[in-house]
Design a protein around this ligand. Sequence first.
Ligand SMILES: Nc1ncnc2c1ncn2[C@@H]1O[C@H](COP(=O)(O)OP(=O)(O)OP(=O)(O)O)[C@@H](O)[C@H]1O
Ligand SMILES: [Mg+2]
Length: 269
Amino acid sequence: MRPVVGCTIRGTHMNKLLRIEKLVKHFGHGKKAVTVLNHVDLDIHAGEIVGLAGESGSGKSTLARCIAGLHSYDSGAVYFQDALLPKKFSAVDFCQQAKKLQMIFQDPLSSLNPRLTIGDILLEPLRLNSDLSAEMQEQLAIQWLQRMSLKSSDLSRYPHSFSGGQLQRIGIARALIRQPQLLICDEPISALDVSVQAQIINLLKDLRDELGLTLLFIGHDLAMMRYLCDRVAVMHQGEIVEQGCTTDVLEHPQHAYTRKLVNSSPIFL
Ligand SMILES: Nc1ncnc2c1ncn2[C@@H]1O[C@H](COP(=O)(O)OP(=O)(O)OP(=O)(O)O)[C@@H](O)[C@H]1O
Ligand SMILES: [Mg+2]
C-alpha cells in the first residue's frame, strides 16, 4: 500500500477527520453470510477530496452506508474526529452523525420527498435541529438556493418540476445547509448528462474551497476523479487494493486490478 506521507497535497498535513480500520461487513447469517467489506482501511483528512473507485458490486456504497450509520458493521473500527462510532447506530447516534456527515446519491429525484416543496425540503433539517428563527432559516434556504444558481421563487416548487442537474444541486444544498464536516457523494453524477456532470463536479470543487469541506466521492469515472480528487482509493471485491495521491495511483498503478481499471478507462487509452 502506498504511504500517504510524501503526498504534497491539500489536507494530508491536517487532522484525520475519518479513520476506518479493518472494517468487516457481512450480509446474511451463518453459512449464507457473504463478506462484502473485508478489512477495509481508509483515512480521510480534513479538507481533502478522496475518490473511491471500483467496479459495480465491489462494496463502495456499503462502505459509505457503514460510515453514515445506515448499515451496521461486524468488526473493525470507524473513528470520526477520533471518536469511535458504534457498530450499530441508535436513532440518537444517527441524528448526531447526520449533523457531521451528509450523503448525496445518484438519483436526486428519488432522494427528495416528492410531496414537499423545495422550501420544506431545505428547511426540514433546520426546523428539527437549529436555534435560528424561522425568518433566518428561510433566509439561509434562499442563500443556499442562490448559491446553487436557483431562484428564491423556486422555494415553492416541487421536485418533479426541476431538471436532473437542478435536483442534484438542491440535494447538495439540502446536505450542506446543516454545515456537515464530511459530504459523501455516492455516484452523484452518474444519472446526469455530460455537460451537467461537469457543472456538478466544478460546484463540488468550489464548495470545498469556499467551505473547507471534506468529500468522499464515489464513482466510476477515473477522468473525473483525476480532475476532482486529491487522493483515490481503489476497491475490488470488498477490499481496498490501492490508495494514494490521485496522479500516482492513476498514472503509475501498482495493483493489477487498478491497472485493469485504468486501461479500460477511455481517457487513458
Ligand atoms: N442490503 C443488502 N443485502 C444483501 N446484500 C447487499 C445489500 N446491499 C448490498 N449488497 C451486496 O453487497 C455487494 C456490494 O454492494 P454495493 O452496493 O456496496 O456495491 P457498489 O460498489 O456500490 O456497486 P455500484 O457501483 O453498482 O453502486 C453487492 O454484491 C451487493 O449485492
Ligand atoms: Mg454503489
